[in-house]
Design a protein around this ligand. Structure first.
Ligand SMILES: O=P(O)(O)OC[C@H]1O[C@H](O[C@H]2O[C@H](CO)[C@@H](O)[C@H](O)[C@H]2O)[C@H](O)[C@@H](O)[C@@H]1O
Length: 282
């Protein structure tokens, strides 16, 4: 569902920001204390470094502090959109004044408790139940496991011996697709997403329209920042191309992206958020 050919948006090798001072320049030339800011962030691999198991991830103290500062400024609207289930990501980030998206945006909850759940047709829901069952039965082996998130799943193979990974990975993709689901490559994992026209890009549009109206892209005083590290985040970067500043975390210098800039490592999220916090300090 990351459409390479959709619309005028294009993927290309983006300029890399290697040093904090490069990031500072980009942030300071885009944001001013008077502009409204919508900041949308991914969690795993972006706010929190990738860890051996999803249960043990956390944000560093510096990232947490910067995020608290940013989200307490009334000019700022913040959203975290994750592949995790919504309660999981809410618990991980733990900040109330944020709109959360779970399951790649299929579930959305605002700070006031209001929700938008993309309703999956009954047939897709029943295919999902079978998919979880089949994947577990056939491929939960050699250290690989299935994270069941109710409407989407992640097949994790980080602990699988190197010589077994390729077979299991390809077999997982085959099983996922045979149940009509979409398979996206992630970090030592395959994301299985339902075949619906909803992803982090659609969720980003929905969240921004809900907050700022349909014309959010042309609101002169509204600045938009997005950061993410995964293929699923490209949907949001595509939607925001030309109307914000987007950052793709990736170590591969040849990687093509819809993002405006590439950050070569997750640790650079700390200065990125700190520079933003510095502009929006109360
Ligand atoms: O959209 P995100 O917030 O980036 O979530 C994507 C997936 O992240 C998690 O898996 C990944 O991170 C784990 C912890 O660092 C790592 O152990 C795993 O190898 C990664 O694939 C999470 O478990 C998934 O549910 C999310 O969809």
């Amino acid at each position: 569902d990351t459409e390479e050919t959709m619309g005028p948006q294009t993927k290309r090798v983006a300029p890399v920001l290697k040093q904090p001072k490069d990031i500072e320049e980009v942030i300071n030339s885009y944001l001013t204390p008077n502009s409204k800011l919508a900041i949308l962030l991914d969690y795993d691999g972006t706010l929190a470094p990738i860890a051996a198991n999803p249960n043990i991830t956390s944000m560093t103290v510096e990232v947490e502090k910067a995020l608290h500062k940013i989200t307490s400024n009334p000019k700022v609207f913040a959203a975290v959109i994750s592949g995790r289930g919504i309660v999981d990501v809410q618990n991980k980030v733990g900040i109330k004044n944020i709109t959360y998206g779970g399951n790649h945006g299929i579930e959305i909850q605002n700070p006031d408790g209001s929700r938008k759940d993309y309703e999956l047709p009954a047939e897709i829901q029943s295919n999902y139940t079978e998919l979880v069952h089949d994947l577990r039965r056939q491929l939960a082996k050699n250290g690989a496991w299935v994270e069941d998130k109710r409407v989407s799943l992640t097949y994790h193979y980080r602990d699988t011996p190197a010589d077994k990974i390729e077979n299991q990975r390809l077999e997982a993709i085959r099983i996922i697709e045979s149940h009509g689901f979409r398979a996206n490559q992630a970090h030592f994992a395959i994301e299985a997403k339902p075949p619906v026209n909803w992803n982090k890009g659609e969720a980003t549009k929905f969240i921004l329209e809900q907050k700022f109206g349909k014309n959010y892209a042309n609101e002169g005083n509204l600045k938009i920042v997005f950061a993410g590290d995964d293929t699923t985040d490209e949907d949001a970067m595509r939607v925001l191309q030309g109307i914000g500043r987007t950052f793709r975390i990736a170590s591969d210098p040849k990687m093509e992206t819809y993002a405006d800039y590439r950050l070569p490592e997750q640790q650079l999220m700390t200065p990125l958020l700190q520079y933003i916090a510095n502009i929006y300090k109360d």
